[in-house]
Design a protein around this ligand. Structure first.
Ligand SMILES: [Zn+2]
Ligand SMILES: [Zn+2]
Length: 167
């Protein structure tokens, strides 16, 4: 068993879930490709398991999100995306052109990260920020005529839908 697989087994057990093959395959898929959509997770899971139903993968993702092992994000206009990086209040940068998604560390290092100009008396616990722009790959394509200013302050990883390896 690889170390990553051992860690997944341990994480599932700590969360009170049995380490079933579909759960391990979904976790492995998200390790390979952070911010994957459901179709991508299904493709990876099938390549590992042979057959697994779409509904089974949906159920696994829902269970993993529920216990906090997987984070679900849903940028406007995008399908739901899943990742293993949880609990650190990180934000995302999304390409308007190709949908690439990258992680941006929490600006303040703790929740809620940003202080709103008006809290309306709410006790705030989270600010979920999406930075929208054009990724480097799309910037270099000349057919884009209207480019916003470069996002100098944030680290950009264009890791979707490129396969294999972490950015
Ligand atoms: Zn792009
Ligand atoms: Zn992320």
């Amino acid at each position: 068993m690889t170390r990553a697989r051992e860690a997944f087994v341990e994480a599932l057990r700590s969360a009170g879930l049995r380490a079933t093959a579909p759960r391990l395959a979904v976790l492995a898929a998200l390790r390979r490709q952070p911010h994957a959509d459901t179709d991508t997770v299904i493709r990876h899971a099938r390549s590992e398991l042979g057959t697994v139903s779409t509904q089974a993968v949906y159920n696994v993702l829902a269970a993993l999100v529920e216990v906090g092992l997987v984070r679900r994000i849903e940028p406007a206009g995008s399908a739901a995306l899943y990742e293993l990086r949880v609990g650190d209040n990180h934000h995302h940068v999304v390409c308007r052109n190709c949908g690439a998604v990258g992680d941006v560390d929490c600006a303040a290092g703790r929740r809620p990260c940003l202080t709103p100009s008006e809290a309306h008396g709410y006790l705030l616990d989270e600010a979920e920020v999406t930075y929208w722009g054009i990724c480097p790959a799309c910037q270099s394509e000349s057919r884009l005529t209207r480019l916003p200013g470069p996002l100098d302050e944030v680290e950009i990883h264009c890791n979707y839908p490129v396969e294999g390896g972490r950015p």
